[in-house]
Design a protein. Structure first.
Length: 53
């Protein structure tokens, strides 16, 4: 059975475009070291993602 982790325990890093911290996601498990952006919007360079409520 998979071990559950709290979100606070996951590694984080700052976004290269907007500078906000973002947390590890399962879909990035294989290439976490090369992930640089928090969202597709930041990756495209359309400006930072809108603030989260």
């Amino acid at each position: 059975m998979a071990r559950m982790r709290r979100k606070a325990d996951l590694p984080t890093k700052p976004c290269a475009a907007c500078g906000r911290p973002f947390a590890w996601r399962r879909k990035w498990a294989r290439d976490w070291e090369s992930v640089r952006y928090c969202s597709e919007r930041c990756r495209r360079g359309d400006g930072p993602a809108p603030p989260r409520a």
